[in-house]
Design a protein around this ligand. Structure first.
Ligand code: CP
Ligand code: NVA
Length: 330
């Protein structure tokens, strides 16, 4: 039987395919408990701390509700309200929090920071997004894919469109390699996953039957796809000045009705969110005014279509983060 007791959750490259499948299975069990109203306060008496150096809706709320459903006490530290990085080193912060809490979530900048926290905390550390990776998102995404393709994940064609160099694209490439999906990164040459990560994933893929394809050709990428996934064109921590350049670079990779029509008839659309696919947000309105662009990485018509599973995906963050916490703390 698989046990992840006491483990960190920093990046999926650290986990075997069986361990990842175990987390997905556990997530389904937690989803069932939640949906049937069955109490599951399995970690009563434990406490966790959520350390955020970037903003969040889904990840923070998933850790908070997940933690509370499991019976734990939860502390949220927002960007700027702890001493970390300003008056106190990461190492010292980790040693202090590790004395008080049973688990630590970190969202922030470089992967090195979360690795450093984990090396010094003495309790499990969970990566809630870094510049390089977003591993908790992946368990939710694979659960969502499995819910729509109950025949199994192996062999599905999974396409990421747009900024294929970002944390979400990197992580999707890793999880697809681990679980035997055919991953396609479709975007401009200038925004492809780094060569060393691609090489690592291809090594994993050779064992699982997965394939990794990088292409600039939308038609080649999307024809016959089972999943079309995209993410915001400028990520948190990147300068807002990049918008002009990114819009120019990434507009050919917007997920439109035409793109969805190239995919398999049973294809689904996914997005980790947030997305300002309309101009109701302040950034959306600013960009519309500055660049005259009202549709960004995904057209409204696709985002709101029945093929779009983005809100199931968002809900699944909670069930899957609960599974990650339970597996590592129990
Ligand atoms: N998908 C995701 O991580 O969303 P938040 O930034 O709202 O946490
Ligand atoms: N790539 C995005 C993901 C947000 C969940 C970012 O890092 O801002």
């Amino acid at each position: 039987p698989t046990s992840l007791s006491g483990r960190n959750f920093l990046k999926l490259l650290d986990f075997t395919p069986d361990e990842i499948r175990y987390l997905i299975k556990l997530s389904k069990e937690f989803k069932n408990l939640k949906l049937t109203g069955t109490p599951h306060r399995y970690l009563e008496g434990k406490n966790i701390v959520l350390l955020f150096e970037k903003t969040s809706t889904r990840t923070r709320c998933a850790f908070e509700v997940g933690g509370m459903d499991l019976g734990m006490g939860v502390t949220y530290l927002d960007p700027g309200s702890s001493q970390m990085g300003k008056k106190e080193s990461i190492e010292d912060t980790a040693r202090v929090l590790g004395r008080m809490y049973d688990g630590i979530e970190y969202r922030g900048f470089s992967q090195e920071i979360v690795e450093d926290l984990a090396a010094n905390a003495g309790v499990p550390v969970w990566n809630g997004l870094t510049n390089e990776f977003h591993p908790t998102q992946m368990i939710a995404d694979m659960l969502t894919v499995e819910e729509n393709f109950p025949q199994g994940l192996k062999g599905l064609k999974f396409v990421f469109m747009g900024d294929a160099e970002n944390n979400v694209a990197n992580s999707l490439m890793v999880v697809c390699a681990k679980l035997g999906l055919h991953f396609v990164a479709c975007g401009p040459e200038a925004r492809m996953p780094k060569a060393d990560l691609v090489a690592q994933c291809r090594e994993v893929a050779a064992e699982t039957g997965a394939t990794i394809t990088l292409t600039e050709d939308v038609k080649e990428a999307c024809t016959g796809a089972n999943v079309i996934y995209t993410d915001i064109w400028v990520s948190m921590g990147e300068p807002a000045e990049l918008w002009a350049e990114r819009i120019k670079l990434l507009e050919p990779y917007r997920v439109t009705k035409e793109v969805m029509a190239m995919a398999s008839p049973d294809a689904i659309f996914m997005h980790c969110l947030p997305s300002f696919h309309d101009t109701k947000t302040t950034i959306g309105a600013e960009i519309a005014e500055q660049f005259g662009v009202t549709e960004m990485e995904v057209e409204d018509a696709v985002f709101e279509s029945t093929q779009s599973k983005v809100f199931d995906e968002a809900e699944n963050r909670m069930h899957t983060i609960k599974a990650v916490m339970y597996a590592t703390l129990s």
